[in-house]
Ligand binder design. Structure first.
Ligand code: FAD
Length: 106
């Protein structure tokens, strides 16, 4: 099986990068495709317990894909749910764009 931590880091990079390049004003068709992508991703994610929990989390926390900022915030919350589950520090979601889109303001 794949290394769960390595798979996770790569997957979060992909997922947050998708939110970073998501339109500010997505067309309704793209919003539907994005929700469908997340559902499929949740089914196919190649870590069985991870996928199961992510699907359960998404049942309660329906994907918010109406704008880049909503989607980026939602993805940060999804990642934080896993951080909490694994006993890691929560990430400040006010900073997701700095981390994944614009770069840190140092
Ligand atoms: P990661 O958590 O991979 O984070 C990478 C980088 O993202 C961090 O260095 C930080 O800069 C940034 N970051 C951290 N938190 C956030 C946030 N909230 N928003 C934006 N950016 C952030 N592992 C398990 O052992 N069990 C599981 O059940 C499990 N479920 C997972 C479910 C999904 C959908 C995914 C994608 C991964 C899952 N993982 C799971 C993997 C786990 O989340 C980590 O990727 C892995 O433990 C490696 O952690 P890391 O400390 O290297 O950093």
């Amino acid at each position: 099986p794949p290394d769960v931590a390595q798979l996770g880091r790569s997957s979060w990079t992909l997922l947050h990068s998708i939110t970073a390049t998501y339109p500010e004003n997505p067309a309704p068709a793209l919003q539907n495709e994005t929700s469908a992508f997340l559902r499929t991703f949740g089914k196919l994610y190649p870590c069985w317990v991870c996928a199961e929990d992510f699907q359960e989390w998404m049942k309660v926390n329906t994907p918010r894909v109406s704008s880049r900022s909503e989607f980026g915030q939602w993805m940060c919350e999804a990642h934080n749910a896993v951080n909490v589950k694994l006993g890691k520090k929560e990430f400040d979601c006010g900073k997701w764009e700095e981390r994944w889109r614009t770069g840190w303001k140092d």
